[in-house]
Design a binder for this molecule. Sequence first.
Ligand code: NAD
Length: 248
Amino acid sequence: MRLTGKTAIVTGGASGFGAGIVRRFLQEGAKVMIADINGEAAKQLAQEMGDHATALRVDVGDRPSVQEMARHAIEQWGHVDILINNAGITHMPTPLEEVSEEDFDRVYRVNMKSVYLTAHALVPHLKERGKGVILNIASTAGVSPRPKLNWYNASKGWMITATKAMAVELAPDGIRVNALNPVAGETPLLKSFMGEDSPQMRQKFLSTIPLGRFSQPEDIGNAALFLCSDEASMITGVAMEVDGGRCI
Ligand SMILES: NC(=O)c1ccc[n+]([C@@H]2O[C@H](COP(=O)([O-])OP(=O)(O)OC[C@H]3O[C@@H](n4cnc5c(N)ncnc54)[C@H](O)[C@@H]3O)[C@@H](O)[C@H]2O)c1
């Protein structure tokens, strides 16, 4: 029970990696808010998970929605200990000069602006308490980009730099900020990265992962648990690969 008494908001918590984090945090005694634009899926998962899980429909790219998320969490629990910026999207694999402006703006809004908006909504609260943990779910894409996922890759590179900038500025306030860099994972988003979900395409991706498998929501849940627990109290500003060796 490494998170007993802790409260955590997980954006995009209704699916994939976010749901893996939600499950792991609940197992370890945390109270968790599943903050997802898919309100129905969030509600379903919360119902399945029991009393310590709550669901809220949140659009992480929309300021009023993010502020409502923070207000709701603080009102419900009295305080927030952990914020996980996990919600993310991609454009389809496309030559960089052909990605539409609409797709670029979508990726920018969900993958980058959300980090700014959640910081505005929650950092004052964490500063007031003199403690807190923020975890950003970035990607190996931000370290070792694959072709044709150009603007997605760049958004994750931005997230890694934002993590380090936030970590150094917020350290005097007792707030730790870290990132995880997952490799391609078994979630509904995987198909969008591959373009098509075929055995050949899977093999192509797998051939770049030395441990020979995709990441799983449980892998990300376990790594998030460590970085958000007190066991990692001396760790801030890292972007930790959970990638089976892909970035070596
Ligand atoms: N799956 C992978 O291969 C992989 C690899 C590296 C990094 N990541 C990152 O991990 C994170 C989670 O991805 P996943 O694979 O679990 O994807 P997913 O599609 O399974 O889950 C993403 C969740 O985010 C929610 N969401 C989307 N837009 C939102 C918004 N505007 N506001 C609130 N919620 C929103 C979706 O409803 C969904 O529940 C993303 O940031 C992604 O970039 C994924």
